[in-house]
Design a protein around this ligand. Structure first.
Ligand SMILES: [Zn+2]
Length: 171
């Protein structure tokens, strides 16, 4: 088992593939993890897919450097054959980049939550307003018309901190 699977589990890898190329990409990657160095045609016939669709997804994944290939020459036809493999360390790098971005977004959100007071009407689906916004709306929700009351966001802040801790540990 490659090392990175111990750090980032296989589900996370497949989730990245799903984001990049949808369910078909997940199936192709699952197949290539078990059967490395297969050609477009072999992948297509094993998965019962159209070769054109397989190639489209392979090229999408290679754009993100998530796959790599070796080129061989067919002895009979002389055509070039591409044999595909999952680029596992690149997948890890890609996941780490995504996690780093998530950490940045969460930090910004935490900073925002910590530096503002919020007012909320309590209606599901309505948004929360900062103090300045609530003053501007005369403490009435412009959507449902209920009063905007002080909203304690300390639980949200705690949850954000915990999430950040987990994510930062994983990179
Ligand atoms: Zn409301």
């Amino acid at each position: 088992m490659p090392d990175f699977l111990l750090i980032v589990d296989e589900d996370a890898v497949l989730e990245v593939m799903r984001l990049v190329g949808g369910e078909d990409a997940v199936n192709i990657v699952k197949f290539l993890m078990k059967n490395p160095s297969k050609s477009d045609e072999e992948i297509a016939s094993a998965l019962g897919m159209n070769v054109k669709d397989v190639r489209r997804i392979l090229h999408k994944l290679i754009d993100y450097s998530l796959l790599t290939y070796d080129v061989a020459k067919d002895k009979d036809t002389g055509h070039r054959i591409f044999r595909w493999r999952v680029q596992q360390d690149q997948v890890l790098g890609y996941i780490k980049t995504q996690i780093r971005r998530m950490v940045e977004r969460l930090k910004a959100k935490l900073e925002y939550e910590q530096s503002h007071q919020f007012y909320y009407c309590g209606t599901k689906g309505c948004r929360k307003y900062t103090f300045e916004e609530a003053v501007d709306k005369l403490f009435r929700c412009p959507v449902c018309g209920n009063m905007l009351n002080y909203y304690d966001n300390s639980k949200l802040i705690e949850a954000l901190k915990q999430k950040l801790q987990v994510l930062e540990k994983s990179i």
